[in-house]
Design a protein around this ligand. Structure first.
Ligand SMILES: C[S@@+](CC[C@H](N)C(=O)[O-])C[C@H]1O[C@@H](n2cnc3c(N)ncnc32)[C@H](O)[C@@H]1O
Length: 319
C-alpha cells in the first residue's frame, strides 16, 4: 500500500474515509495478523534494546492516538512489532526510529506505529453464542419490527480483518433469505488501515477459513483462487468498510439496530470505555442490542445499559 493511499485513508481526526477493496501489499509495515496474543508467546524476559524514555514515548503515543494502554513490561512487544517498521523506514535501529518520531509532529509514521501495536486476532463466528442469539432471538424480532421499512443497520466496530462483519452478513442471509431484497447495511470499522484493507479485500488463507467458518458456508459464499478464499460480491456489497478510531470523536453515523464492539475495549482505560459505551448508546435504536467480547461488560461502567441473557450470550440494551 503506497503512502499516498494510506494517508488518504487515514483522513484526519476521527477518520472515516472509505477504504477501497484492493489488498495492500504485505510490506514490513503491515501489522502481524496474529496480534498481541501470538506476540505473547515470546518470552518477555529475552533481551530487548529499548530505553525507558523510548518505551514511555511509544506507550504515550498509543494511548494518545488510540487509547491503547501499554503497561511497563511490554517492551518486548514494542520491539517485536516496531523493529520491522523501523527497518522499512530505513533506520539502523529502533532507537533511532523512535528518536526521529519524538522530534516530529504526528504524521503517517506515528499512525503506522500505533497500527503495528494493535492486536488483530479474530475468527469467523467468534464465540458462537452471540451469533446464535442473534439468529434465534434478536433477528426474528427485528424482522417483525422492520417489516414496513425493510431497513436494518448493523455496526461491527473494531472489525479487524473482516471475519466478524462477514460472519454477520452470512448469518443474516442464511437465517432470513428475504433480506436480499431489504435495505440492509453493515458498517465495519477499525482503527488500523492495513487491517481494513485486508478486510475489504475479503481474501482469506485456508488457515483463516478453517477458524470458525463451516464448510457449507465457505462453499456458498467464497470462491477459491489458488490458495486464497475470496468472499463473493453478494456478501461484500452488504458491508461498508471505513476507518474509525473509537477513542476519538466519531463521524456522523446512522442509528443502528445492533452493534458489535467486541474484544477491543479490553485494551482501553475506564474513562475511554465509558465514553465509548455512552456514544454507542446514542447510536443504537431504543430496541437495539450491543454485543461485547466475553471478557467485557457494561456492569460497573455504565448503569444506562441493561444486560440481557440470550441463551449462552449476554447482550446489552438501553436501560
Ligand atoms: C482483537 S481485534 C477484535 C476483532 C473482532 N471484533 C473480534 O472480536 O474478533 C481488536 C481490533 O480493535 C482495533 N482497535 C484497537 N484500537 C482501536 C481504536 N481505538 N479504535 C478502533 N479500533 C481499534 C484493532 O485494530 C483490532 O483490529
Amino acid at each position: 500500500m503506497g503512502h499516498a493511499r494510506l494517508r488518504g485513508a487515514l483522513g484526519s481526526g476521527g477518520g472515516g474515509a472509505a477504504i477501497d477493496g484492493n489488498r495492500p501489499s504485505h510490506s514490513a509495515t503491515s501489522p502481524a495478523r496474529g496480534g498481541l496474543d501470538s506476540a505473547n508467546n515470546h518470552s518477555p524476559h529475552h533481551h530487548v534494546s529499548l530505553t525507558v524514555p523510548h518505551f514511555d514515548y511509544v506507550a504515550k503515543l498509543a494511548r494518545d492516538v488510540a487509547a491503547i494502554v501499554l503497561e511497563r513490561g511490554k517492551e518486548y512487544l514494542v520491539v517485536l512489532r516496531l523493529t520491522p517498521l523501523s527497518k522499512a523506514h530505513g533506520f539502523p535501529s529502533l532507537g533511532d526510529f523512535i528518536e526521529h518520531l519524538r522530534t516530529r509532529p504526528l504524521d503517517l509514521a506515528h499512525h503506522q506505529v500505533v497500527d503495528a501495536l494493535t492486536t488483530n486476532e479474530t475468527m469467523f463466528f467468534r464465540d458462537g453464542a452471540p451469533f446464535e442469539a442473534l439468529r434465534q432471538q434478536l433477528l426474528p424480532a427485528l424482522l417483525t419490527r422492520a417489516a414496513t421499512t425493510r431497513r436494518l443497520r448493523f455496526w461491527s466496530a473494531a472489525c479487524s480483518t473482516g471475519q466478524e462483519p462477514y460472519s454477520l452478513a452470512m448469518l443474516l442471509l442464511e437465517a432470513a433469505p428475504q433480506l436480499r431484497d431489504w435495505d440492509v447495511r453493515i458498517l465495519a470499522t477499525d482503527l488500523c488501515v492495513n487491517t481494513l484493507g485486508l478486510a475489504a479485500a475479503g481474501s482469506f488463507t485456508p488457515f483463516e477459513i478453517a477458524r470458525g467458518l463451516p464448510e457449507p458456508l465457505r462453499n456458498k459464499y467464497f470462491t477459491r483462487q489458488s490458495d486464497q478464499w475470496t468472499v463473493k460480491e453478494e456478501l461484500r456489497r452488504m458491508i461498508e468498510f471505513r476507518r474509525l478510531n473509537l477513542a476519538q470523536p466519531w463521524p456522523d453515523l446512522p442509528t443502528f439496530d445492533l452493534i458489535f464492539i467486541r474484544n477491543v475495549m479490553i485494551y482501553f482505560d475506564v474513562a475511554t470505555k465509558q465514553s465509548i459505551l455512552r456514544r454507542a448508546r446514542e447510536r443504537l435504536q431504543p430496541h437495539g442490542h450491543l454485543f461485547l467480547g466475553t471478557a467485557e461488560t457494561t456492569v460497573n461502567l455504565d448503569p444506562t445499559w441493561r444486560p440481557v441473557t440470550l441463551g449462552g450470550a449476554v447482550a446489552y440494551t438501553p436501560a
